[in-house]
Design a protein around this ligand. Structure first.
Ligand code: NDP
Length: 332
């Protein structure tokens, strides 16, 4: 059973040195336990925060211990009456070929209703983040202008498409030509900005000339400073993520936005998807329906092999993924 440990805490940008692949025995289930073989593993930006050793809304990873994250896998051995061998489940499990679970917090998947990998992306945590953040905090109305940073990622692609379904004008910000053309041509965004190429302030002014009613922020930093300068009266700013800040050794000093919020009577609210745990079912049902109806499209960026999970994780901070970044560990 190959497992990936956190060898050391990253100082700045994470590197391969921070991780270690080790061999351990396949776990033996005790009474009430089951063993899950990993098929897909999710790499997510929030994991960077858990590597710092500081407790936030979630406890830190411990060095020398196996990492955990979103997994889809198959039950290969069960001594838990609620799970049978061969069933497909998802939950927070080990970065390993096999995980031991007591079955609590595992969700069974129906492979007939949707590709099982989508439960880690569009019909899973990232999709729910987009759904609740945009609809509950953003409250989009037809004709409003929605700007989304990190627009070509797992959360951003869903947030932008839902905003389109609600009749908004959607402007996406992403870091490559491939990403901006995907957003425009395949997902129907109204305008896109390549922040690596374009002067961001000018581009926001040009593409959101009427001002910004909703800003769905996945990245923070200078991109957000530029968007904040263009917010409209009663704008809603959804603080979902700040990925541009996660690897900084010193906090960045930026323009302060409180003045803008006052002048525009705007709302800025942070949230964690787990705030909506009691509405998870509703979100999964709606997202799944939209996907089946062809109203939401998705892309997965699949890396092969458990041993490549650390590089796939690091790739999130280099913009290597278009859509949801996954690692395929074994065949379905
Ligand atoms: P993504 O799929 O969007 O992957 C990360 C992307 O971020 C990269 O592809 C890259 O795209 C972009 N990026 C990386 N570094 C920078 C940078 N310095 N400046 C600007 N963009 C950068 O990840 P997710 O969709 O899973 O997550 C998106 C955001 O949402 C993250 O900030 C994450 O922490 C947050 N999040 C919050 C949740 C919550 O409950 N509040 C839940 C889930 C996610 P590009 O090429 O465009 O730069």
């Amino acid at each position: 059973n190959r497992c990936i440990l956190l060898r050391s805490r990253p100082d700045g940008m994470p590197s391969g040195e921070n991780f270690e692949l080790v061999e351990e025995g396949v776990p033996e289930p005790g009474e009430g336990e089951l063993v899950v073989q990993t098929i897909y593993l999710s790499v997510d930006p929030y994991m960077r925060g858990r590597m710092t050793g500081v407790r936030t809304y979630i406890s830190p990873f411990e060095t020398g211990k196996v990492l955990t994250g979103g997994v889809v896998g198959k039950v290969v051995e069960s001594r838990n009456p609620d799970f049978k061998e061969g069933e497909i489940v998802t939950g927070n499990l080990s970065w390993a070929d096999y995980s031991l679970s007591d079955g609590k917090h595992l969700r069974k998947l129906d492979p007939e209703s949707a590709p099982i990998s989508t439960s880690l992306g569009i019909v899973g945590m990232p999709g729910l983040t987009a759904y609740f953040g945009l609809l509950d905090i953003g409250k989009p109305k037809p004709g409003e202008t929605v700007v989304i940073s990190g627009a070509a990622g797992a959360v951003g692609t869903v947030a932008g498409q839902i905003a389109k379904l609600y009749g908004c004008k959607v402007v996406g910000i992403a870091g490559s030509k491939e990403k901006t053309s995907y957003l425009k041509k395949e997902l129907g965004f109204d305008a896109v900005i390549n922040y690596q190429r374009e002067e961001i302030s000018k581009a926001v002014k040009l593409h959101a000339a009427e001002g910004v009613d909703i800003y769905f922020d996945n990245v923070g930093g200078p991109i957000s400073d530029s968007v904040m300068r263009r917010i409209n009266y009663k704008a809603r700013i959804i603080l979902c993520g700040q990925i541009s800040q996660y690897n900084l050794k010193e906090p960045e000093k930026g323009p302060r936005v409180q003045g803008q919020l006052i002048q525009r009577s705007a709302l800025m609210q942070g949230f964690i998807v787990s705030d909506y745990a009691d509405r998870q079912e509703e979100g999964i049902k709606q997202l799944g329906q939209w996907v089946r109806d062809g109203k939401l499209k998705y892309r997965e960026n699949m890396v092969e092999g458990l041993e490549n999970a650390p590089q796939a994780f690091i790739g999130l901070f280099n913009g290597e993924n278009l859509g949801k970044q996954l690692v395929k560990v074994s065949e379905e």
